[in-house]
Ligand binder design. Structure first.
Ligand code: B4P
Length: 192
């Protein structure tokens, strides 16, 4: 099964993708993690994306599509979880073409719904927890950047909700509950 986790920043896409890796032996493809790894490695691409990400802007479609293309060649295990990809209509079209090339299908798109103030609180809270534990704080985990990420989401990513709804692939779940409640809602949606 190949699925997309769609939702605003802080909706819990990464958190739920991890849970699906454990429960269904799926492979998590997080473009956010891939970009942060590129940044940490100091590669040319990492240098290009660092400022873009810190501002809360989207990285160019070419870069993220290239990252996903590479990963689709590898082991497929229980299927792929696309976490934070696609984020634009161009990325959605590219994903459809890449899956077709591999003889794969997209089985479901799970949209996680969380209100804006909860998203800001979660992300600012994550930054505060990391700082208190002496761990590195993500450059984009501050209130200004989160609010900018939200604007980008509504402008460029939210249109994907209608796009996948029209294809009959969309399942929307309430992402406001506890992590285990959201996990159960996603399991329910996937079983249907
Ligand atoms: P991502 O890494 O995808 O980050 P995100 O959207 O902020 O996080 P996510 O929804 O996964 O939330 P999480 O589980 O961590 O993107 C970062 C940046 O990379 C983007 O802004 C962009 O610049 C770039 N990028 C990535 N993909 C791209 C693409 N395809 N195209 C262009 N640019 C791209 O959860 C957040 C917090 O909430 C955590 O602290 C978690 O513990 C907490 N939480 C989760 N679920 C909870 C729950 N149910 N209750 C309470 N707290 C919860």
């Amino acid at each position: 099964m190949n699925i997309i986790l769609l939702g605003p920043p802080g909706a819990g896409k990464g958190t739920q993708a991890q849970m699906l890796v454990e429960s269904r032996d799926m492979i998590q493809l997080s473009t956010g993690d891939m970009l942060r790894e590129a940044k940490a490695s100091g590669s040319e691409m990492g240098k290009v994306v660092a400022d873009v990400m810190a501002r809360g802007d989207l990285v160019t479609d070419d870069i993220v599509i290239g990252l996903i293309r590479e990963k689709l060649q590898g082991d497929k295990r229980g299927g792929f979880i696309f976490d934070g990809f696609p984020r634009t209509l161009a990325q959605a079209d590219a994903l459809a073409a890449l899956l077709e090339e591999q003889g794969e299908t997209l089985d479901a798109v799970v949209e996680m719904q969380v209100d804006d103030e909860t998203l800001v609180k979660r992300i600012v809270g994550r930054a505060a927890e990391a700082a208190a534990a002496g761990q590195p704080v993500r450059a984009d985990d501050n209130e200004d950047s989160v609010r900018h990420r939200l604007m980008e989401y509504y402008k460029k990513t939210a249109p994907l909700i209608g796009y996948y709804h029209a294809k009959g692939q969309l399942a929307s779940v309430d992402g406001m509950g506890s992590m285990d409640e959201v996990k159960a809602a996603i399991a329910d949606a996937l079983d249907k």
